[in-house]
Design a protein around this ligand. Structure first.
Ligand code: SF4
Ligand code: SF4
Length: 70
């Protein structure tokens, strides 16, 4: 069964323009699959148990997040 993965486009991601450097997309993922090592860092994503809901996509103000089917 194909999995899903949230992909961050690092050319569009601007954590310095997000609230206190905190990624809204990461905050929106109820499964906590997107993580920032520190504020003002771009988020890292994981495919494990991503349901492809798109909450992270909607939450990013810079359209930096998309969902890929793997
Ligand atoms: S992915 Fe979107 S919400 Fe998250 S830090 Fe980058 S620009 Fe901000
Ligand atoms: S698509 Fe849904 S489950 Fe997957 S990383 Fe985004 S918010 Fe989390």
């Amino acid at each position: 069964m194909p999995g899903k993965l949230a992909i961050v486009d690092f050319n569009k991601c601007q954590p310095d323009k997000c609230e206190n450097g905190v990624c809204s997309a990461a905050r929106a993922c109820e499964k906590k699959l997107m993580k920032q090592l520190d504020p003002y860092d771009p988020p890292m994503t994981r495919s494990v148990s991503c349901k492809g809901c798109g909450d992270c996509v909607t939450a990013c103000p810079f359209e930096a997040v998309s969902i890929e089917v793997m």
